[in-house]
Design a protein around this ligand. Structure first.
Ligand SMILES: C[S@@+](CC[C@H](N)C(=O)[O-])C[C@H]1O[C@@H](n2cnc3c(N)ncnc32)[C@H](O)[C@@H]1O
Length: 280
């Protein structure tokens, strides 16, 4: 986070030159690029360059981030209404508005949330937000290692895998490249879930020529950002019971207000849904 009160000797340090300990600001970070897209302040020039390049391809990119945060809120509320009291939010990102624990605990104060993100900046910023909340924690780990995450002592301290879990992969599986085996990774988490659990997943969708152009730019500049088809995204839910209306573009998932058709390029840039692990 920039802080223009920092100085080195007598020379004022430009906000963008401030280098927080342990945070590499010479390489773009997915969490910080997303923060820039959402209009946050926890980002650096290297991140903003990618956000701006994305904006040049899809001018609605800021709205896309907001559609994703909005479905995150609707989805967590839905799972809470179905009785879910423990949430494992993988690739949780920097704290912003409508964070999972706020939505879940607004519904049920006893709800427990474990945030997992590979980027240490998420823990750095999450600590302050969670200092007063003993039902929520942040773990710095790579979701490509399901066994490590599922057995992590901080995960086990809050999540009881004998009770239904809300497993969240919101806006993150598209950061797994094809050669990293995203299907097998998602499958490993599904297998670990007890019956009655939910999988909540949203994903970049190859829905237009602009989406394809953005995929090319992100893969080049950020190193990840696969835009998959609705069929490919739906396959992550195989073996589970999809909640209505199924896997759809984000604004179409249980909207709170009518959605005008046809959808715009931005409204179709991501798709997702929620599904339940059968109880019998
Ligand atoms: C686009 S943000 C999404 C944040 C939040 N889930 C949302 O949808 O608003 C993706 C997050 O996933 C994290 N991430 C990407 N790959 C990851 C991995 N292999 N393991 C854990 N976190 C990862 C990034 O650091 C980033 O914070």
């Amino acid at each position: 986070m920039a802080d223009d009160s920092q100085t080195a000797g007598n020379a004022p340090v430009e906000p963008d030159d401030w280098r927080p300990v342990g945070i590499d600001i010479s390489t773009p970070s997915i969490a910080r690029v997303y923060d820039a897209v959402l209009g946050g302040k926890d980002n650096y020039p290297v991140d903003r360059a990618i956000a701006e390049a994305s904006l040049a391809i899809v001018p609605e990119i800021g709205d896309v981030g907001r559609y994703n945060r909005a479905i995150l809120g609707r989805g967590v509320r839905y799972m809470a209404e179905q009785g879910i009291r423990q949430f494992l939010d993988l690739g949780s990102g920097l704290p912003t508005v409508q964070n999972t624990h706020q939505v879940a605990q607004e519904h049920s104060p006893e709800a427990r949330v474990v945030y997992v993100d590979k980027d240490p900046i998420v823990l750095a910023h999450g600590r302050a937000l969670l200092a007063e909340n003993d039902r929520t924690t942040v773990v710095t780990a790579d979701l490509r290692e399901p066994a490590e995450i599922l057995n992590h002592p901080d995960v086990r301290a809050l999540i009881d895998f004998d009770q239904p879990v809300g497993l969240m992969l919101v806006g993150v599986v598209h950061h797994l490249n094809d050669d990293e085996g995203p299907e097998q990774i998602v499958e490993a988490y599904k297998k670990a879930l007890p019956p009655g659990s939910f999988l909540f997943l949203t994903h970049f969708c190859a829905s237009s020529p602009d989406a394809v152009a953005l995929e090319k730019a992100l893969l080049t500049d950020l190193g990840s950002g696969r835009f998959r088809t609705i069929e490919e995204i739906s396959a992550y839910f195989d073996g589970l019971e999809l909640v209505a209306p199924g896997v759809v573009f984000l604004p179409q998932w249980q909207p709170e207000e009518p959605v005008e058709e046809p959808l715009t390029v931005g409204q179709k840039l991501m798709a997702g849904g929620i599904a339940k692990k059968p109880t019998a």
